[in-house]
Design a binder for this molecule. Structure first.
Ligand code: GLV
Ligand code: MN
Ligand code: MN
Length: 440
């Protein structure tokens, strides 16, 4: 293998420009952020822009049945690519970096390789995966779950969103149900650049995080059925108050996290009350509980404690309480060699670095069981994310992209000139049939 040339680097300004252009689709006025919920018109417009950029770079586009898009740059040899990627859907209050960075930095990597006149031995691929956020269509990481075979395509297509829309119908509507197979063949390796979305790197003034894994995630939707009644006339001991029950659940999970201590976290992020009026006892509540822990046994214990509490609370409040699991992912550990590669690249480029575990869920965690995988983190200003004011300094974006570039080149190997000539015309391994139906 030839060593990685030190003079290859990404165009940092080009990366910032692309991030800004993508954030202008679904822009949240007065902020840097954007709202491109999965499979909405804004998501489609963002997809179209990124696909255009991929095409302009001469990448071969493949779109699968759940709308995952992979652009591939042929290598000197066919075979599984070294893949990077992330997502371009956002939460409703999204920043411009979450997910988008990993995808657009991948394009900068491809551009840097082309500018340097290099051909890699293995193909390079950049993917963006459908509905990573899961806030419209739970669970999160839906596209990468299907890509790696963890969820059957048919099951994913039938998922009904928070607004009543159905995944398969929305994919058809926006023109992103493609012909490439699911599950797709595993790449040679997968690396995802992402903002940390937490405070560690920013607080410690460290540029690069070498990500060791992702903590376990448990999402539950709870429905409370009580009785609406007059807020002024109904004695407190005669109520079946769904609003009070929802509040008790929120307090319970907060106290549970405090009792368990870090890294246990619990969040009630969505509460809907009906009829939601000032002078009416609420008849119904629907709320979500997000619980996470790096220790799967502790996460299971937290789930069991919540289930027991819900039973007691139903009896005490005279309401009906039902729950449904929206997502459950065990903690994931990344490949030790891949983690070391990230550290090595950061050290060679002179960036401060440390290991850390991810608090957020990521597409990379779905790739971990099928190929060597790790992630590169860069600092998030004040640890703020899932917020339009999410910010990462341009030099940190560039640093992360350059670390990813080195990792990808090391994995893909730079081909000797003689190999490039001998194999010119080698394809990426994507079939003509796969790409023929690319709809964007
Ligand atoms: C994805 O952003 C998650 O961690 O919820
Ligand atoms: Mn993300
Ligand atoms: Mn996110």
């Amino acid at each position: 293998m030839t060593s990685v040339a030190t003079d290859i680097s990404v165009d940092g300004q080009g990366l910032s420009d692309r991030l800004a252009a993508l954030a202008s689709i679904g822009e949240i006025e007065g902020t840097d952020g954007a709202c491109r919920l999965a499979l909405t018109d804004e998501d489609r417009d963002g997809r179209d822009l990124v696909v255009t950029w991929m095409r302009d770079l001469g990448m071969e586009i493949s779109i699968d049945g759940i709308g995952n898009v992979v652009g591939t740059l042929a290598g000197a040899e066919p075979g599984p690519p070294v893949m990077c990627g992330s997502h371009i859907d956002t939460v409703r209050t999204g920043g411009r970096y979450d997910g988008n960075l990993g995808v657009l930095a991948g394009l900068q990597v491809v551009e840097a390789v082309q500018r340097a006149g290099i051909t890699t031995r293995r193909p390079l691929a950049v993917g963006f995966f459908t509905d990573e956020e899961g806030s419209r269509f739970p669970p999160d990481m839906l596209g990468s779950l299907v890509y790696t075979g963890e969820m059957p395509l048919e099951e994913a297509l039938d998922i009904v969103g928070t607004d009543g829309a159905v995944v398969g119908e929305e994919l058809d509507r926006i023109g992103y149900r493609g012909p490439a197979p699911c599950p797709s063949p595993a790449p040679h390796a997968f690396v995802e650049l992402h903002i940390e979305q937490g405070p560690i790197l920013d607080t410690e003034d460290i540029v690069i995080g070498a990500v060791t894994g992702v903590q376990g995630i448990s999402w539950t939707e709870i429905t409370v059925a009580g009785q609406s009644n007059h807020a002024g006339t109904t004695p407190m001991d005669m109520r079946h108050d769904a609003g009070w029950v929802a509040t008790r659940i929120a307090v319970f999970v907060h106290e549970l996290a405090t009792e368990f201590g870090p890294p246990q976290v619990c969040t009630v992020g969505r509460v809907e009350l009906h009829p939601n009026l000032v002078n009416v006892v609420a008849s119904d509540a629907v709320l979500t509980v997000d619980m996470r822990n790096t220790d799967d046994d502790l996460l299971t214990e937290a789930e069991n404690r919540l289930a027991a509490f819900l039973e007691e609370l139903a009896a005490e409040s005279g309401t009906g309480i039902t729950s449904r699991r929206l997502a459950r992912f065990a903690p994931v550990e990344f490949d030790p060699d891949m983690i070391r590669l990230v550290e090595k690249a950061a050290a060679e480029l002179g960036f401060s670095h440390r290991r850390l575990c991810s608090g957020a869920g990521h597409d990379a965690q779905m790739f971990a069981p099928v190929c060597p995988t790790s992630m590169v983190f860069v600092p998030s200003w004040e640890g703020i994310s899932h917020n339009p004011f999410e910010h990462t300094e341009p030099e940190h974006l560039e640093a992360g992209a350059n670390v990813m570039l080195r990792v990808m080149l090391e994995l893909a190997e730079i081909a000797e000139a003689s190999e490039v000539q001998a194999t010119s015309g080698a394809t990426s391994g994507a079939t003509a049939e796969e790409t023929a139906g690319a709809t964007a």
